[in-house]
Design a protein around this ligand. Sequence first.
Ligand SMILES: [Zn+2]
Length: 412
Amino acid sequence: MNKSLHRFYLSCAAAVSLLGASSFVQAQQPLAIADVHVHYSHDSVEMTPPQRVIEIMRAASLKFALVSSSDDNGTQLLSKLAPDLIIPGLRPYRRRGELSTWFTDPGALAYVEKLLATNRYASLGEFHLYGDDANLEIPQRIVELADQYNLILHAHSDAQAIDNLLALNPNVKVLWAHAGFDSPDEIAQMLTKHDRLWADLAFRGEVGSGGLDESWIKLFTDFPDRLMLGTDTYTPERIFYIPEQASSAREWLKALPDEIAERVAWKNAHDLLMPVWLANRDSDGMAAAGSPSASCEIADNDTAGTAVVMGGDLSVKIQPQSAIDVSAAFAVQLTLCGNDLRDTEIQLDATMPKHGHGMNYTPESTVTTHTDSQLSVRFDGVLLHMPGTWQWQVNVVRAGVQTALTHDFEIQ
Ligand SMILES: [Zn+2]
């Protein structure tokens, strides 16, 4: 399980000075991008294996992607391969070509209801729906299901259908695909009118081409929390456009203040989708296998080397799994608690600061729990070869930002 990501650092004098204080170091990484408009439909599955799709997404440095496919199989394949990367959405299409018939097709509704009973999702959509068709029986039922299953509606619609969908239910939230292909002024009107509306800018190549113009800058500035990015891989070959979409967005986002650029790049998508996805995913015990969620506040025993260390909004519980004897291997469980831990790695090292050396062995790390608010990693084969004062050094790298947490303890 991601062993390479949880490297156990061999210590050296340089590492000691680097990690000695609780410090924040900004690493150089490309701006994270969330792509909320990916389809991996049946013909796309035939053309590009799921492993390759995940490689493409990782190469594009995507933080996560909202994926919905016709049929749902493609979404499930990706989700199984990369649960840290894929947020599944369910669209009511069994095959390509149902976009203008689904809303009068009881078979499409039955298909949706069957999958909702089987799998977990964050959204219902992307579906195509215009004007008063939103008030037909099947779309009304879709809105009810969105409320019942805590799902965001992802609608490729005109403004009128968006008005209708939001009027059908006081709870549902809508992600407006392509922002309706409307102008910044029209989008602003809709975002002002509806506080349960967000919009993606998938397949809106004009938004940043040749630089971001004034009207778009104004829209992003006036609504910093409501807009997000997408590629729209509506044909199989467009899967290969995901990295280009991400790098082009990184370019035009430079016209915005960093904080807004980051919101549009991924934070708005994160804030809209991640709470829903994590709640739904874990709602029936489908959480990642491993230890149950644990608190970081109280240590479970008083073995030497046990500690809870805080730094910023992070806290880490360090727990040797048995009493520490000199030169005998033991296991250490690290439990990190905080926010936004999806893109986080944790490393454990032990050194003797007064002697300027560390351990002679490299333990094996295994991730036992990884959610948005908790990362637990077990390190087996930790061995301290001398009595005296040792120091745990826990290095956390969250979205490229490094935090070092230390704890001194004695062994005899
Ligand atoms: Zn689409």
